[in-house]
Design a protein around this ligand. Structure first.
Ligand code: NAP
Length: 248
């Protein structure tokens, strides 16, 4: 398959932030894009309209990616409307931050389900199609929190570290079938997720970033898009850190 062919890409959490930037990039490259969201239908429809506005093809699909039945429905829906998924971007994510002594089991479970269980469920759900095609790209959004750990984010750090282990294991299971599995670990990116932390928190982090500024969703999307492309055909099981030098 050449890069500009009409590969189907499923972007979980494609309605906002990094997921939106990835969806738009893949659409510009000729992919037919399923924009998944959980509750924000207007935002997802806006992404679809933006893609269609530049001549691309996209559809919005609601599903909670932490839920097994919902993921099965999501992939069925995408495959019947667009075709088999060739590129899966596991991007949907949430935070429920607290110090561990105060962290409720619900906050643990929700973060693990949305950020990690989802990667297992979605990767499994698209796998048969990729195996049949003997070609596939899976790129999952980890985080520097998963590589180095963040105080107040034990649940999120565990989920994001879990993605790195899952990525390595799955890459070994499917590598002989033309499927690559990689992760991207962003640092501090300007999206709704980090806006929720407030300006003071952002200013404190900026002081530690080598490049002296937050990253943009498009700068993360560039790395995701590379790993999802034919150019990255000999890269698998890896995690690329995109953090402006935050963790140097
Ligand atoms: P964001 O702006 O908060 O957007 C989150 C996206 O995930 C939205 O599209 C949301 O859909 C979707 N979502 C949330 N829960 C979902 C669920 N249960 N099922 C399906 N979709 C769900 O997030 P972001 O900052 O772009 O982050 C994207 C990814 O990068 C996440 O995995 C995050 O952990 C990771 N990351 C972000 C940063 C950063 O600095 N921003 C750093 C490291 C890693 P709705 O619009 O319907 O709510």
């Amino acid at each position: 398959m050449s890069e500009t062919q009409e590969r189907v890409a499923l972007v979980t959490g494609g309605s906002r932030g990094i997921g939106r930037a990835v969806a738009e990039l893949l659409a510009v490259r000729g992919h037919h894009v399923a924009v998944n969201y959980v509750s924000n239908q207007d935002a997802a429809e806006e992404v679809v309209a933006a893609i269609e506005g530049v001549g691309g093809i996209a559809t919005a699909v609601q599903a909670d990616v932490g839920d097994e039945a919902a993921v099965a429905g999501l992939v069925e829906n995408v495959e019947s409307t667009l075709g088999p998924v060739a590129v899966l971007i596991n991007n949907a994510g949430i935070t429920r931050d607290d110090l561990i002594l105060r962290m409720k089991p619900d906050a643990w479970d929700q973060v693990i389900a949305t950020n990690l269980r989802s990667v297992y469920l979605c990767s499994k759900a698209v796998m048969r199609g990729m195996l049949r095609a003997r070609w596939g790209r899976i790129v999952s959004l980890s985080s520097v929190a998963g590589v180095y750990g963040n105080a107040g984010q034990a649940n999120y750090s565990a989920a994001k570290a879990g993605i790195i282990g899952l990525t390595k294991a799955l890459s070994k299971e499917v590598g002989s079938r033309g499927i690559t599995v990689n992760a991207v670990a962003p640092g501090f990116i300007a999206t709704d997720m980090t806006a929720a932390l407030g300006e003071a928190a952002a200013d404190a982090v900026v002081d530690k970033i080598t490049l002296g500024r937050l990253g943009s969703p498009q700068e993360v999307a560039a790395a995701v898009g590379y790993l999802a492309s034919d150019d990255a055909s000999y890269i698998t099981g890896q995690t690329i850190v995109v953090d402006g030098g935050l963790t140097l």
